[in-house]
Design a binder for this molecule. Sequence first.
Ligand SMILES: Cc1cc2nc3c(=O)[nH]c(=O)nc-3n(C[C@H](O)[C@H](O)[C@H](O)COP(=O)(O)OP(=O)(O)OC[C@H]3O[C@@H](n4cnc5c(N)ncnc54)[C@H](O)[C@@H]3O)c2cc1C
Length: 465
Amino acid sequence: MVATDTSLTDALVAALPEGSVILNPDSMHAYRWDRANDPDAGMPLAVVRVTSTEQVQTVVRLAAAANVPIVPRGAGSSLSGGSTAIDGCIVLSLDRMREITVDPVTRTVVTQPGAFNAEVKAAAAEHGLWYPPDPASFQFCSIGGNVATNAGGLCCVKYGVTTDYVLGMTVVLADGRAVTLGGPKIKDVAGYSLMKLFTGSEGTLCIITEIVLRLVPAQRPPTTLVATFATLEDAMATVLAITKTMRPSMLEFMDRVSINAVEDVTKMGLDRSAAAMLVVQSDEPAGHAGVEIAEVEALCAMHKATECFFTDDPDEGEAFVTARRIAIPSVEKLGTVLMEDVGVPLPRLGDLVVGIEQIAQNRDVVIAVIAHAGDGNTHPLLVFNPNDKAQQARAEIAYGEVMDLAVSLGGTITGEHGVGRLKRAWLPGYLGPDVLELNHRIKAAFDPAGILNPGVVLDPAWSAT
Ligand SMILES: Cc1cc2nc3c(=O)[nH]c(=O)nc-3n(C[C@H](O)[C@H](O)[C@H](O)COP(=O)(O)OP(=O)(O)OC[C@H]3O[C@@H](n4cnc5c(N)ncnc54)[C@H](O)[C@@H]3O)c2cc1C
């Protein structure tokens, strides 16, 4: 599916405003990779930077006529290779579509997909409102990418993930038609729930060009508790004890490798000898937050926390949340990282984390683990030296073993980052043949020619027989 002549690029240049189409290979370079850093990223035919739904329609119609694949791209922070370019594709960048309009009456925001999550939060805050989903990348990921991956985040343990806030969207389909679903209304069950289907569809079913999101009243200032543990088992038992009895607004986990990686960068005095650290927040109303955090403190003590303290000071609390947020870039300083996103039912979280440690030992690879622990969603980061091919091979084996372990514990191969290109091989085993077939039927219904992000989520060469 690689265009061999310049007819498509000429047509794109003719149809779109000046400066929309990038053809220079050097300038296209920045659009080839996402944060998964796939060494097999392809070379696009063109990068197109659009500013409206109509322009997206033009690009899709021209690409469809030429049978050229499109890779939709928000901010390129995907950790699963979802926005990695393929050879001969058009990278359709939504990064210039950044308009945001807040309606405080309906408590909704209408946003174009390229706006950063942080920009949507800031616009809502001007009206005393809040858009809760907060991927650790919220300062540099787009809201369209969040919807396309159904992103989670740190406060999602209490406030839910992206799909819980999507009330409406305009999307461009693979044949170039634009359709609008939902809107600023709270309840709507008319017809099949296409918005739920498109949320998390990773650019494979449609291109999202406008989104209506629900907002809630501003979050109360949280109380933050930090606890360290000498063993993974004690930390995991604490997580389970907390989630059994309460719903904190944050319940995050870092293991020894990630604590040390963050300490290398921040020098903030984290306990390098701890096997695990939990960061817990309560945003209950004044008085109640203190009660909830005191209960968490008691549970930490009951499960042999080596150190535990809490603070009402927002800046002090934020320093620990930031430590958790920068864990991924900090671990990336240790070497090349293969990132996982496996999740399990909460009672199996301990088995998962301890099992990952075992895999790291067996395969002699470094695996740092951070987790949205209250959601049972872990991010094992497998670190290797790209010049050590034997080590890289062991890391790649361990990568699969971690997903197999999660599935064997009743879990999933991805909790929030999406299947992308990197986890596609594990999807059939996770879904089973019947559900896999349903997935392929849905893809065929919305994108029969397979031009939208081919190779992401599903194998384009799949056959049921
Ligand atoms: C340090 C770090 C921390 C992170 N923490 C979290 C976290 O806590 N939680 C979490 O969920 N993720 C996290 N991520 C992953 C990533 O930020 C999210 O997946 C995010 O939602 C991707 O947004 P993006 O704009 O960068 O999308 P991109 O990387 O550009 O694209 C991601 C996918 O969405 C598709 N896409 C993008 N825009 C559109 C559109 N408008 N229409 C259709 N398809 C589209 C792409 O084709 C691709 O498949 C983290 C990443 C980093 C680097």
